[in-house]
Design a protein around this ligand. Structure first.
Ligand SMILES: [Zn+2]
Length: 122
């Protein structure tokens, strides 16, 4: 039998960026919201502040200044499990808006699908 090779995951198009606020819509931390700390485009995952906290039991290692005990840290969550939070109307889907700047260049901005508010901080 042929060996099953694990295909590399398809890169996911992620419209969520660092420092966006997202709400968790499914999974263990459903209902929580937090700031995006990191985006992993290759795996389609995000690191969200105070979401999917895991406990790491660490052994003290004095030479590396590591204290032992239980450390809590975030673990990645799938993008499909979160929604972006619009400052005006709450969790919403992301739409796009093409703006033409004064220089004649088209700029693509992310907007809230519900109220049209821009989601990109200038
Ligand atoms: Zn909105």
């Amino acid at each position: 039998m042929a060996k099953l090779k694990r295909k590399p995951a398809e890169p996911v198009r992620i419209d969520i960026k660092k420092n966006d606020t997202v709400r968790v819509i499914s999974g263990r931390d459903k209902g929580k919201s937090g700031r995006v700390l990191d985006v992993d485009k290759d795996r389609g995952k995000l690191l969200v502040e105070h979401v999917m906290m895991i406990k790491r039991h660490t052994r003290p290692n004095p030479s590396k200044q590591i204290k032992g005990g239980i450390a809590e840290r975030e673990s990645p969550i799938a993008v499909s499990n979160v929604m972006i939070v619009c400052a005006q109307c709450g969790p919403s889907r992301i739409g796009h808006h093409i703006e033409t700047t004064s220089g004649g260049k088209a700029r693509r901005t992310r907007v809230c699908r519900k109220c049209g508010q821009t989601l990109d901080a200038k």
